[in-house]
Design a protein. Structure first.
Length: 258
C-alpha cells in the first residue's frame, strides 16, 4: 500500500462571504507541475520518488459525506493530504482521523480562530470547524498560529477548549514545535499576509510571510499523519501568484507527511 494519498475536496458551501475555494485543488496541482519549480522540498525530499498517489478531486454535495469519504480513503492510505475547499472541511476530516488515532494533536495556521459556536446560524460554517472538533473531544491539543481576527466570543471559546493560541501581536511559538501525539496540520492560506497571497476570500493584513510558515512547518517534532491546505480562492487571485504559493506550501507539507 502506498503511504500517502493526495486528493481535492471541492467544497465551499461553508464559506460565509465569497464562494470560489471549490475550484482551488486543480489550480494548485497545475502550479506544482507547471515546470516553474522543481519537485524537491527545501530539505531535499524528492516528491517524484515518493510513494504517493493522487486520488483525484471530489465534488461534495452533502457536507457530512466528507467524513465517510475520508474514512474510506484512510482504509487505503494511512496518510492523506487534502487540498480544499473552504476550512469547514477540516472538521469531518479530523473526525474520520480520530477513528484511527486514540489521541490526536492539531496545528492550525490561520488568520482566523474558526471557533464560533455557530456563524449566521450555521454550526458547520468555515468559521466553526475547530469548535466542533474540540467540543467533540476529537483532539487532545490545538495549537493556533497567525491569529489576528480574535473577538470576545472566540476568545471565550479558546479559553473553554484550552487552545494554545499565538496571535500576531504575541508572536510565534518557541521552536521547535513539539507534539507528543500524532499531529494533523491544517494550513489556511489566509494566514499569509495578502501581499503574498491575495487569492483568498478574507484578506486580513498584518499576516505571516511564507518564510515564517515554512520555518514553522520544518520545526515540527512529532509524527505528522495528515494535513490540509484550504481557502485558496482563484476568483480573487492575481496572476496565479497564490496558487504558486500554495504549491510551495504543498511541497513542504508533503515533506512532513513522508
Amino acid at each position: 500500500m502506498e503511504a500517502l494519498g493526495i486528493r481535492g475536496i471541492c467544497y465551499d458551501s461553508g464559506s460565509s462571504y465569497l464562494k470560489g475555494p471549490a475550484g482551488a485543488p486543480t489550480l494548485i496541482r497545475k502550479a506544482l507541475r507547471s515546470g516553474m519549480m522543481n519537485l524537491y522540498t527545501e530539505t531535499l525530499g524528492d516528491l517524484s520518488s515518493w510513494e504517493t498517489s493522487d486520488l483525484g478531486d471530489f465534488e461534495i454535495q452533502n457536507y457530512l459525506d466528507i467524513e465517510g469519504l475520508t474514512r474510506e480513503h484512510l482504509t487505503r492510505k494511512p496518510k492523506l493530504f487534502t487540498l480544499g475547499g473552504d476550512h469547514s472541511i477540516t472538521y469531518p476530516i479530523v473526525k474520520a482521523y480520530a477513528g484511527n488515532h486514540q489521541k490526536l494533536d492539531l496545528l492550525q495556521i490561520d488568520a482566523h480562530p474558526d471557533l464560533y459556536q455557530h456563524y449566521e446560524g450555521d454550526p458547520y460554517s468555515h468559521a466553526c470547524p475547530f469548535a466542533r472538533i474540540m467540543e467533540e473531544g476529537l483532539a487532545q491539543r490545538l495549537v493556533q498560529v497567525g491569529i489576528r481576527t480574535l473577538n470576545p466570543h472566540q476568545k471565550e471559546q479558546a479559553e473553554r477548549f484550552g487552545v494554545e493560541m499565538y496571535t500576531m501581536p504575541a508572536g510565534m511559538p518557541e521552536l521547535p514545535l513539539q507534539f507528543s501525539n500524532p499531529v494533523y496540520v491544517s494550513v489556511d492560506i489566509d494566514a499569509l499576509d495578502p501581499a503574498f497571497a491575495p487569492g483568498v476570500s478574507h484578506r486580513e493584513s498584518g499576516g505571516l510571510t511564507p518564510r515564517e510558515v515554512i520555518t514553522l512547518l520544518q520545526s515540527i517534532e512529532g509524527e505528522v499523519v495528515g494535513a490540509d491546505l484550504v481557502e485558496y480562492n482563484p476568483l480573487r487571485d492575481l496572476d496565479g501568484m497564490t496558487s504558486e504559493v500554495g504549491a510551495k506550501l504543498m511541497k513542504e507539507l508533503l515533506g512532513l507527511l513522508l
